[in-house]
Design a protein around this ligand. Structure first.
Ligand SMILES: N[C@@H](CCC(=O)N[C@@H](CS)C(=O)NCC(=O)O)C(=O)O
Length: 217
């Protein structure tokens, strides 16, 4: 019997972790990729944000982190993805929260103006790059000599972070950036080329030669 319905939108970096958990744990969850046409989505989620999840019992949840932990908890094997000990669970949660707030929050200020979703000026663009460097450099330092964010295998921390950072890889992180951020590049290569992420993205991943440039409309 289906455990429930996951609502996502294809272009979103926040679709990745719930999808990866469903695949990794072989959960019987229906996935809806056009939520705006679904009356159940509109009824349960007035904010209209994804990801969103409704269980077979009617339990309705939004927020990427909450959904990820709930889905992982639906299987006994889920602890390998969200941590077995209290310290592991806290560490994984720390990196998920960092990626979903500081890291992505700073990167979106660079990316959204370039794709026409926020106003662009050269000054705000330069300031956004400088502000994000603090978080990107911190993440890069963490990944030095590591294949995974926490421990020796992929966890929800990797799934959430790959989903969000893939948006940077497909827009602003070009080969020059990658040559200066080898920890991030090696980690991303490792995780995205493994199942289940290799089933969600086209792999081997094609990196951009050059970052997207602002073109006035
Ligand atoms: N705090 C929420 C943010 C969710 C969110 O902003 N989702 C975006 C896609 S990544 C969305 O649905 N945006 C559509 C909108 O704001 O109307 C979470 O972490 O899940």
């Amino acid at each position: 019997m289906s455990l429930g319905t996951l609502y996502i939108r294809e272009g979103s970096g926040r679709k990745t972790a719930p999808l990866a958990i469903i695949k990794a744990l072989n959960l019987d969850v229906k996935v809806v990729t056009n939520p705006d046409e679904d009356p159940e989505f509109k009824k349960n989620f007035p904010l209209s944000k994804i990801p969103a999840f409704v269980g077979a019992d009617g339990f309705a949840l939004h927020e990427l982190i909450a959904i990820s932990y709930y889905l992982a908890g639906l299987s006994e094997d889920g602890s390998k993805l969200i941590g077995k000990t209290l310290k592991e669970r806290a560490d994984i949660l720390r990196w998920i929260s960092f990626a979903n707030s500081d890291l992505w929050g700073s990167l979106r200020e660079i990316i959204l103006p370039l794709v026409g979703r926020l106003p662009y000026t050269p000054e705000t663009h330069a300031a956004a790059i400088a502000a994000s460097a603090r978080f990107v450099d911190y993440f890069e330092a963490h990944l030095e000599n590591k294949s995974y964010i926490v421990g020796d295998h992929a966890t929800v921390a990797d799934y959430v972070t790959v989903g969000l950072l893939e948006v940077a890889f497909k827009t602003i992180w070009d080969k020059e950036f990658l040559s200066k951020h080898k920890g991030i590049k090696n980690w991303f290569d490792t995780v995205i080329n493994e199942k289940p992420l290799s089933e969600i993205y086209e792999t081997p991943y094609k990196y951009r030669d050059e970052a997207l440039k602002y073109t006035p409309k």
